[in-house]
Design a protein around this ligand. Structure first.
Ligand SMILES: [Mn+2]
Length: 435
């Protein structure tokens, strides 16, 4: 009997306990593969291994080209996660080329995205902090010189030594024209990079159901459940049609009109809901979850300072996670100390259920809490913010921050449309201006 037949038989004989769509698939050969690869890679010091890397900015490649943003990666998106795991599994198990997915965030940050945790759990990876190979686990500098890229197509500067070579690229961002000899090399538009992985590398491969499910989760998240008229392209529909039967979640497949079988639709809805779910996070994690850092040059300051400013975007109103009691403020100051920040801005965005907006979902509001160490910087910032005609801040009458040794102010935004995209340049303009 062939290995493949044995595997099919063992699947058929397994008691049908798992409920389709939500319950974890156990035991997971995928999780075992990940744990073994991590142990072997570390014990062999990288030798013959190929490191499979996802997009280091977790789906926002813009960050790489914005010079005033330092490289802070707290989040990794599901596309990057699923694509790198799948490419490593296929290279290792099918082509016998040892490969390991490197997840480019710290181990402690792996739990920040509930939709990632959910997809991993459904794919039998229930303890990602132990099972995945993260930046915290990787030797520094990394010993490997062979890389496969997914979800981006330029090797990160930290890995680009003279001997580095890129052996494979699968991506859906703009093609920078690098690594012409990579094989496979597919850089084409798609809703999800996972769709390229499924259609280029996974064809004629007997994927474990956990891996098919994981790739499918990424495609569902990136294409709003293959919504007609949305981000899904033909390649995403082809990939989903291929993966759905392998995932064992449904016997029927999707159609190109985007009608999903019921268990797949349920999985898709659950993932989408988790994307906005931060109920598992406390103040410390909320500050770090969606966070960017900027470097500011203060030519007006007597010591011509170069300072760091951080902006955290949080989808929960300040009072709900402890502002005004001192508990949120304590974590904010701890975060400033850990990151060496001169300024921390906490930008909230939420719906006020006590006031119905036009949508009936509650009026959309934004608040800002600011923490500043230096007196002179604080003076400038308050003046600049309070005079800005675009963001229109008003003092937050019902909330008083409780904090010692750091200047702080808290505002409501008159203009609830102003996101961090406009607050970041405003902060830079106010704090750097000579006058
Ligand atoms: Mn992507």
């Amino acid at each position: 009997m062939s290995k493949a037949m044995l595997r099919r038989l063992s699947v058929a004989l397994k008691p049908a306990t798992a409920k389709a769509g939500v319950a974890p698939l156990e035991p997971s050969s995928l999780a075992a593969f990940l744990v073994q690869s991590k142990e072997k890679y570390l014990s062999e010091a990288g030798g013959e291994w190929t490191v499979v890397m996802g997009n280091e900015a977790g789906g926002t490649p813009l960050i790489l080209f914005t010079p005033n943003i330092l490289t802070i990666h707290r989040c990794v998106d599901l596309d990057t996660l699923a694509s790198s795991i799948a490419v490593a599994w296929i290279r290792s198990e099918v082509h016998q080329k040892p490969s390991i997915p490197l997840i480019q965030i710290a181990r402690d940050d792996l739990h920040l995205r509930a939709e990632n945790l959910h997809a991993l759990r459904v794919a039998g990876i229930a303890d990602p902090e132990k099972q995945l190979f993260s930046i915290s686990d990787a030797p520094k500098p990394i010993a490997s010189t062979s890389f496969a890229l997914v979800d981006h197509n330029r090797l990160g500067a930290a890995f680009g030594s003279d001997n580095a070579h890129v052996v494979a690229v699968l991506d859906h961002h703009a093609d920078e024209g690098l690594y012409p000899d990579a094989d496979p090399r597919r850089i084409e538009p798609a809703g999800s990079c996972a769709s390229h992985v499924a259609t280029v590398l996974a064809k004629d491969v007997e994927l474990p159901k956990e891996l098919a499910t994981l790739l499918l989760c990424a495609i569902l998240i990136d294409t709003d459940g293959l919504k007609p008229g949305g981000k899904a392209l033909q390649v995403d529909h082809d990939a989903a049609a291929y993966l759905i039967p392998l995932s064992k979640l449904s016997t029927s497949t999707t159609t190109t009109t985007g009608v999903l079988p019921a268990p797949i639709k349920a999985l898709s809805d659950e993932l989408a809901a988790k994307k906005f779910d931060v109920s598992h996070l406390g103040a410390w994690d909320l500050l770090r979850r969606d966070y960017k850092e900027y470097s500011l040059t203060l030519n007006w300051h007597e010591s011509k300072l170069n300072v760091k400013a951080g902006l955290a975007t949080v989808p929960v109103k300040l009072k709900t996670w402890g502002a005004g009691t001192g508990s949120m403020e304590r974590e904010a100051v701890r975060w400033m100390d850990e990151q060496g920040l001169a300024i921390l801005g906490v930008l909230t965005s939420f719906r006020d259920k006590s006031k119905f907006g036009k949508s009936g979902k509650g009026k959309h509001k934004r608040e800002m809490a600011w923490f500043v160490k230096d007196d002179k910087i604080a003076d400038r910032l308050w003046k600049g913010l309070e005079a800005d005609p675009e963001v229109r801040v008003k003092s937050h009458k019902k909330l008083k921050l409780v904090v010692d040794g750091v200047h702080s102010r808290v505002y409501k935004q008159g203009n609830a449309h102003a996101t961090r995209k406009s607050t970041a340049p405003l902060l830079k303009k106010i704090v750097e201006s000579e006058s």
